[in-house]
Design a protein around this ligand. Structure first.
Ligand code: SAM
Length: 274
């Protein structure tokens, strides 16, 4: 597979923004958003004052706008201008423009972009797959959490889910076997490759970043494999409710398409960020 550079990565998100927005309207896209947001809502800090959130790699801003609707002030960072254009429009249509701030930038430059201890909520939803050093991004994000009640929400592509997808959805047994140990998968939406995580690899990164896991969830356990007679649109609410239950149970979460961790800062931030 051809090696991708950071510029290739940014390019695919620049040209693929409309495709991504369209995917988020599909039942699969909606489920990923709705499940991730429901998991996050269970862990939002108590709002005794106005809360500040940061959405790293915000994409079209779908989750950020939901947080803004709840009254949070949200900074949206993305390296793709077309993605930020979608986010800006979403904020305007939701009437939350005054509570969102759009920032064009590279999450790997986090330390130069944001101050330590400045956010109550940080989202890293499907961005760590595309950076060279996910642990470095997590370390910087950990330093930017305000206090021990602050929460970081990390959603990543799950290696085990790629095994089931290849076998059940594509009927590709060779790919299923390959994916058992694959560190990279194919990005079907905009091409290129995507880093795959295991719950263990992500947990180790969180630990290294001085983050303590509050909860682990699976996102989209079986909805990708339902037979065609089950209408994804007509049965959406039932599928969502079932997925909520499955995603909380470790035996099902282990094979979900996405692994979702909610974590707190493990201790005080020291001068060198350790
Ligand atoms: C798969 S999309 C996820 C979008 C959004 N977080 C969501 O959950 O719908 C990945 C996003 O991360 C952005 N991205 C990738 N690498 C980035 C980087 N180094 N800095 C900032 N944004 C980045 C892309 O432009 C894209 O909008």
């Amino acid at each position: 597979m051809k090696e991708m550079t950071a510029n290739d990565d940014f390019e695919r998100f620049r040209t693929g923004a409309a495709k991504y927005a369209a995917y988020l309207e599909t039942p699969e896209g909606r489920l990923r958003l709705d499940l991730a947001f429901a998991n996050l809502q269970d862990f939002l800090p108590q709002a005794t004052r106005s809360l500040h959130a940061l959405d790293l790699g915000c994409g079209t801003g779908a989750i950020a706008v939901r947080l803004a609707r709840l009254g949070l002030h949200v900074t949206l960072l993305d390296a793709s201008v077309p993605m930020l254009d979608f986010a800006e429009r979403a904020g305007r249509e939701a009437g939350v423009t005054e509570r969102i701030a759009l920032k064009h930038g590279d999450a790997t430059q986090f330390a130069n972009l944001f101050h330590a201890e400045s956010f109550d909520v940080i989202l890293c939803h499907n961005i760590l797959e595309y950076v060279d050093d996910p642990c470095a991004v997590l370390c910087s994000a950990a330093r930017a959490l305000r206090d021990p009640s602050s929460i970081i929400s990390v959603l990543v592509r799950n290696q085990a889910g790629e095994v089931l997808k290849a076998a059940i959805q594509d009927g590709d047994l060779a790919a299923a076997e390959h994916n058992l140990t694959a560190e990279w998968g194919d990005e079907s939406l905009y091409g290129g490759r995507v880093r795959l995580f295991t719950a263990e690899s992500l947990q180790a990164m969180l630990l290294e970043s001085s983050l303590a896991v509050a909860a682990e969830r699976g996102v989209r356990v079986l909805s990708d494999y339902l037979p065609p007679r089950v209408s994804r649109n007509d049965e959406y609410e039932r599928i969502l409710e079932l997925e909520r239950k499955l995603g909380r149970r470790p035996e099902f979460a282990a094979v979900a398409r996405y692994t979702h961790f909610l974590a707190h800062r493990a201790g005080p931030v020291t001068k060198d960020g350790a």
